[in-house]
Design a protein around this ligand. Structure first.
Ligand SMILES: Nc1ncnc2c1ncn2[C@@H]1O[C@H](COP(=O)(O)OP(=O)(O)O)[C@@H](O)[C@H]1O
Ligand SMILES: [Mg+2]
Length: 366
């Protein structure tokens, strides 16, 4: 196990800055996911931690000791890539033992580690096969096994499941999770898939354009997104956003005027109340927090353009009177049909998120 600290870590390729100063403290044994859209700098950050890329600024410390100048091989880390990077001409057993033989480790110790990793990852039956004779999922287990036998202080994974089909991805997610439970090592896992992040992480670091947007437990990000970007990125189907302005502010609530003319109350307020009146906002509400108006007055109307019945859940998609697209997720089955005009209640005031439209920053809930 090991802790990891990033202090103002930066990376430039020539004159182009791609990582703009990231601070992050990871504790012993945590499962951390770096998530963000393609090109946001996840791999670059992971490769700097691994020692495969030179750090342009700031400091990376493992267990409190700076490792900026420590070569990759001496950092005690092991990395698993999307492309399995197995040696095609070697057996699975040789693929697992090769790196240890290079370290001149005693033969019986190598055999012990290979046997243990093979058992843990359920690849014992394939030890004498070559990678070409394995399925994608089996190959990725061998690639993980190759990291396990090194008994690293920290495991680094770079989109290891992206080449697998959806069903196998779900299965491997569970296997990596149980590997983490069994070994207890610190693990850093990079993905562009927010569902992987939500299901696997102890804490998620959301990256955007080389900056850390938010760092927290999965449900913290879901319940209290700090920005429009995190709100839109975490959660599926995506959070709905409606344009509007701040009409009135009290110490614990705001009244918003939406683009379509509706008034909505939210239980948050800007720090400097009166100045915010008139400011442009985006009101965020998750599809699962919207309900159909029955006895109560609707907050907003929706012209339904598509209904999806999944059996257990139903999705309604449509447009608001002001022409904004909007989705609703209902538990169970629905009689609402395409072409219906329905009234919606936008959750309770505490489930409504308000973001400054100019900065994207949230007005924190009270
Ligand atoms: N070797 C390189 N030289 C120049 N630019 C690079 C290099 N590697 C990555 N980049 C750039 O750095 C940014 C971050 O890339 P990367 O870390 O691979 O993103 P991600 O893994 O999140 O998709 C991208 O804009 C990419 O084009
Ligand atoms: Mg990448």
């Amino acid at each position: 196990m090991a802790s990891l600290d990033l202090r103002n870590v930066k990376k430039a390729y020539g004159a182009t800055n791609v990582i703009h100063g990231i601070d992050l403290s990871i504790r012993h044994g945590e499962f951390i996911v770096f998530v963000g859209p393609s090109g946001c700098g996840k791999s670059t950050l992971l490769r700097m931690i691994a020692g495969l890329e030179v750090v342009s600024g700031g400091e990376i410390a493992i267990d409190g000791t700076a490792v900026n100048d420590v070569p990759a091989a001496e950092r005690g880390l092991a990395m698993v890539f999307q492309s399995y990077a197995l040696y095609p001409h070697m057996s699975v057993r040789q693929n697992l033992s090769f790196g240890l033989e290079n370290l001149h480790m005693p033969k019986d110790e190598i055999a012990r580690r290979v046997a243990e990793a093979a058992r843990m990852l359920r690849i014992e039956p394939y030890l004498e096969r070559r990678p070409g004779q394995l399925s994608g999922g089996q190959r990725q287990r061998v690639a993980i096994g190759r990291a396990v036998v090194r008994e690293p202080r920290i495991f680094l994974f770079d989109e290891p499941l992206s080449n697998l089909d959806a069903k196998l991805r779900v299965q491997m997610r569970v296997e990596i999770g149980s590997l983490h439970q069994r070994l207890g090592n610190t693990m850093i896992y990079v993905t562009h898939d927010q569902v992987e992040a939500m299901t696997m992480a102890d804490r998620i670091a959301v990256l955007r354009d080389g900056r850390l947007e938010q760092f927290g437990a999965p449900l913290d990000l879901y319940n209290r997104p700090a920005s429009l970007f995190v709100a839109g990125f975490i959660g599926s189907p995506r959070m709905n956003f409606l344009e509007g302005t701040i009409e009135a502010v009290t110490p614990s609530a705001m009244t918003l005027r939406l683009k379509g003319g509706e008034a909505v109350t939210v239980s948050c307020a800007p720090a400097s109340g009166a100045e915010a009146v008139g400011a442009a906002i985006k009101l965020g509400i998750r599809p699962e927090h919207v309900t159909l108006a029955r006895s109560e007055a609707p907050d907003i109307r929706l012209a339904v353009t598509l209904t999806e019945q999944l059996g257990g859940d139903s999705y309604l998609h449509g447009t608001t009177p002001s022409g904004e697209t909007f989705s609703v997720r209902l538990a169970g089955q629905t009689s609402v049909r395409r072409g219906d005009d329905i009234g919606l209640v936008l959750g309770t005031p505490t489930l409504r998120h308000v973001f400054n439209a100019a900065t994207g920053v949230v007005y924190p809930p009270i």
